[in-house]
Design a protein around this ligand. Structure first.
Ligand SMILES: C[S@@+](CC[C@H](N)C(=O)[O-])C[C@H]1O[C@@H](n2cnc3c(N)ncnc32)[C@H](O)[C@@H]1O
Length: 460
């Protein structure tokens, strides 16, 4: 049994609510916990260059990793979840982390921490929690308390006045109450002087081996908001429902030379075999060489293989999964082995449940619970769930990114919550280009104005 000692240290930076949590235990968690704090202290002075960015509702930092890869400097981040905060701090020692509810986060603290004035922040990124809008939540409602988190987000937009902003959410946000949530957010942003665009973007079209569609509300007060929407680089457009069609990226039709979609085998095929419930939090890099560009990119900078651990499935679950072939699902399982609820399901329903990934295919959207009852989480050729590392690869996290947290369910949740890195990076690159373009325009407008003034002076 692991002995876990939690020390809470109060810091004045975030009211009285900023805590640094030290986890001390035997085994791998000990390494993760102690390294975390030591590394944070050692490297916190490291300074990065790049455009300024603040990440709200940061989670473990999927969106932030993509932005950092694109060349952004993540100056500060905020989240309420202690495990996600541990992960974020460990992987972003150069970033100030505010742990606590967004309601208590003050713009003046953020500005002071980032050493900038109102109006100088280049980009505010962040996805308020999506459960209240998710199709997976049958009682979704625009009045849900969680919907009010948008109000806090908008308060910070008003007080920070970032040049651009990028909000991520589940597609359900576009249709809830006939789209009123998005209309309200867009009209509040335009009253604050922003041009706003809303689009659905698909992670697989940016090189993630996962079909994951997310809604993005992007806004700028320095130009055309459509420039903030990245152009897909992979695959072909997938058909979509009538109501969502208006939000599909208009550039989709303009990019004929896209790369092939990335498959599960290309993404995780080099990772070592595991038994059900097996694996280690830290082990040496596999001797098997990477065979694809995706695997080579994932391994860059990694000195060990972290979080290659998988969930322990019960005997009955293992028995069920023996019947499910690659790409199959609950319909392949003999009726006698199904739960009472699933016995009543129509065969056209729940097509992802008890699913087994296919090597040549893509993963369905990873959710926060790595439970075969809810989705396709079983390894293509081994009788076990995918490991935290395999899930992270499917989300595009680099192997050097380590997930912290007291249990592997918390780690799976951080992975499942994240914006896939290839999509986040494409958003970061588009935002950089947009800012450069707007500055060029501003410079040439200033140049034209000053030469007109000079000519007039000469003429006078
Ligand atoms: C969808 S996740 C964000 C994922 C993240 N953008 C990424 O790419 O990894 C939403 C996050 O909002 C955080 N959250 C929920 N309620 C919050 C609150 N009141 N204040 C701050 N963060 C909150 C959750 O802990 C969760 O990590």
């Amino acid at each position: 049994m692991e002995r876990i000692r939690i020390l809470l240290r109060k810091s004045l930076r975030f009211g009285a609510h900023k805590y640094i949590k030290l986890v001390e235990s035997n085994g791998c968690h000990k390494r993760a916990g102690i390294d975390l704090v030591m590394e944070m202290q050692k490297r916190s002075e490291k300074k990065r260059r790049g455009r300024s960015c603040v990440d709200l509702f940061s989670g473990a930092g999927g969106l932030a990793v993509g932005f950092r890869k694109a060349g952004w400097n993540i100056l500060a981040a905020n989240d309420i979840d202690e495990d996600a905060a541990l992960t974020f701090r460990q992987n972003f020692p150069e970033t100030t982390f505010f742990l606590g509810p967004i309601a208590k986060l003050k713009a003046k603290d953020l500005l002071a921490e980032c050493n900038i004035n109102k109006g100088e922040l280049d980009c505010l990124i962040g996805g308020p929690p999506c459960q209240s809008f998710s199709y997976n939540n049958h009682q979704r409602s625009a009045n849900d308390a969680r919907a009010r988190l948008f109000e806090d987000y908008l308060r910070l937009v008003r007080e920070l006045a970032p040049k651009t902003l990028i909000m991520e959410n589940v597609p359900g946000i576009l249709t809830i109450d006939n789209g009123s949530v998005v209309r309200v957010i867009a009209s509040k942003l335009s009253r604050l002087g922003y041009a706003v665009s809303v689009k659905l973007l698909s992670a697989e079209q940016f090189g993630a081996p996962q079909i994951r569609r997310r809604a993005f509300i992007v806004a700028t007060r320095v130009g055309d908001s459509n420039e903030l929407l990245p152009i897909p680089s992979h695959g072909i457009s997938r058909d979509t429902s009538e109501e969502n069609r208006a939000y599909i990226n208009k550039h989709d039709r303009k990019t004929p030379s896209r790369k092939k979609l990335v498959t599960i085998q290309q993404a995780i095929g080099d990772l070592p075999r595991l038994e059900n419930g097996g694996g280690k939090h830290v082990r040496k890099m596999p001797s098997k060489r990477p065979t694809t560009q995706y695997q080579r990119n994932a391994r860059k900078g990694a000195t060990a293989l972290y979080n290659h651990v998988c969930r322990n499935l019960s005997e009955v679950m293992l028995e069920r999964m023996k019947y499910v072939p690659e790409g199959g699902n609950w319909r392949d399982i003999p009726r006698r082995l199904l739960t009472e609820g699933m016995k009543r399901a129509r065969s056209s329903d729940h097509t992802k449940r008890y699913g087994r990934l296919s090597r040549k295919g893509l993963s369905a959207t990873l959710l926060t619970k790595c439970d075969p009852h809810w989705g396709a989480y079983v390894h293509p050729t081994q009788n076990r769930t995918i490991s935290v590392r395999e899930a992270a690869r499917i989300q595009g996290f680099p192997d050097e990114f380590q997930f912290a947290g007291e249990s592997i369910s918390k780690q799976y949740a951080q992975v499942g919550n994240a914006v896939p890195i290839p999509l986040a990076q494409a958003l970061g690159e588009a935002a950089l280009k947009h800012l450069r373009r707007s500055e060029r325009k501003q410079r040439s407008a200033t140049f034209i104005r000053s030469s007109v003034v000079t000519k007039r002076k000469r003429a006078a």
